[in-house]
Design a protein around this ligand. Sequence first.
Ligand code: HEC
Length: 134
Amino acid sequence: MKSTHAAAALIASLSFAALLSPALADGDVAAGKNLFNQCRACHQIGPDAQNSVGPVLNGVVGRKAGQYPGYNYSDANKGSGLTWDEATLTEYITNPKAKVPGTKMVFPGIKQPERVANLIAFLATIKADGSGAE
Ligand code: HEC
């Protein structure tokens, strides 16, 4: 009886986890890399990346907002209290100004959920030291 309950709970939590992370499970990294060309005008990635119009995005998935060294963030971003996990990034990339009112990221957003998921899957492959960005 007990083990049946445990198994049911395990199955329930596994499917819950699957619901929570559709982007990394389903995202197409190669397609996401292509989409990142829309971000490159303002964001660099890779071992030699430098802050430019926007901050370096190495290791951004899981990073707290407003933390990349040497970048002059808006108060809106720095004070947002956000952590760039998948759910938060999904909302931000879809509509930056709605998620962080007052952000100085001048980008209208990507409206297609599948594209956003692919982009985040790509971003998640880039480590904090910039490896994986090639
Ligand atoms: C026109 C320039 C521009 C483009 C294009 C752009 N960004 Fe940004 N981005 C910025 C600026 C400027 C900031 C800093 C925002 C602030 O401080 O309010 C920023 C901030 C961010 C942050 C927050 C980083 C942190 O450390 O808190 C993320 C994540 C981000 N951008 C992702 C993207 C992605 C993904 C794309 C492509 C889909 C993109 N940006 C396109 C200018 C841009």
